[in-house]
Ligand binder design. Sequence first.
Ligand code: HEC
Length: 158
Amino acid sequence: MGSWRVSVILALSTCLFYGFIPLAGAAEETDVKPRVPSNKMELAKGMANPGSLDKGFIAAGKEIFSGKGRCVMCHGETGKGDSPMAAAFNPKPRDFTNLQWQKVRTDGEIFWAISEGTEYGMIPFGGSLSEKERWQLVNYIREIGRLSNPTLAKEQNN
Ligand code: HEC
């Protein structure tokens, strides 16, 4: 391949990555890129979820999501990332009903993002919510995924 072609491809993929070209579906691709720094990934993926499918965890997570965590402010009432404030962010606050995102993220990575934030605008809650509260949120976010994607519910409940 000629080097000019390589440059064009590189330039195009950079634009796509940063969202300069609003192609349908491009935003979702950006959303699924890992958020945990690569040197912390093993640690994040190895974290055990203490409340997977636990109804108490899910209910408590829901409460924090719209209550003291104020997650709704950005992620919206239904977790679709469609709050009035969402428009101010690029990338947008994550849409937790997105099947592709739910499938690609491990529980530990979600816990990590809630605790440490991300370099693209998610704010860290490690200092303001307890470890248990953050796991409750992880499990509520998983529940949002299952409720909006019946196939996911089937896979996870089996
Ligand atoms: C001030 C706005 C704001 C608030 C409040 C907020 N978020 Fe976010 N959140 C964002 C944005 C913006 C992103 C997208 C950042 C990115 O793409 O890395 C995000 C992304 C995420 C992600 C996805 C990370 C990933 O790995 O893809 C999770 C999980 C998350 N937020 C959970 C929460 C929870 C739980 C709360 C409440 C405790 C919360 N957020 C509160 C703005 C917010």
